[in-house]
Design a protein around this ligand. Structure first.
Ligand SMILES: [Zn+2]
Length: 176
């Protein structure tokens, strides 16, 4: 299973209320969709993948609460708060297998920024078993998780845009 790093919600084109999730993997070239035609025949892009490729747009899992916008992005290796823009950037979390440690790191960071556990569960689509105590326990035993920074040359080879890396660098400087 590839590590999915960006997701888009794409409504069905056939008039039903279904919404499909289009994902792109960390290599930037592997695509997936939650629709049945794609699951059946993974060698061909479905209508939803084609649509995201043809009309580029921001990933949609973005939430604003208390004027602070929480933005999942592949540009950061750990949660960061950009004071000027009132934006919290959080890394994308692998869903298959679910990266519990990174999810707990993001939740803990949001707690330190004054978010309530109820808000956090809503923002992160977590089940009620994610309590403040369970999150604190994970961080106490494992510490805060941080992804390995992306190597520039390797990223260019893999087709990850340089602008993405530039933004990550700026954010990193802001933070220290
Ligand atoms: Zn699809």
């Amino acid at each position: 299973m590839p590590l999915w790093v960006k997701k888009w919600k794409v409504p069905s084109f056939s008039g039903t209320e279904k919404i499909y999730t289009v994902s792109v993997a960390i290599d930037g070239v592997t695509w997936g969709c939650s629709c049945w035609p794609w699951i059946k025949n993974k060698s061909e892009d479905c209508k939803h993948i084609t649509d995201v490729k043809k009309y580029p747009r921001d990933p949609t899992e973005i939430v604003t609460i208390n004027r602070v916008t929480v933005i999942p992005t592949m540009d950061v290796v750990e949660p960061l708060y950009d004071k000027h823009d009132e934006k919290i950037y959080v890394p994308l979390v692998s869903m298959d297998p679910f990266d519990v440690h990174m999810e707990a790191t993001i939740c803990y960071f949001l707690i330190t920024q004054g978010f309530t556990i109820k808000m956090i569960r809503e923002i992160r689509s977590l089940s009620p078993k994610w309590t403040k105590k369970s999150i604190v326990d994970i961080i106490k035993s494992k510490g805060m998780k941080k992804y390995k920074p992306v190597n520039r040359e390797e990223s260019m080879e893999k087709g990850i845009p340089v602008s993405t890396l530039e933004r990550f660098r700026v954010l990193e400087l802001d933070d220290h």
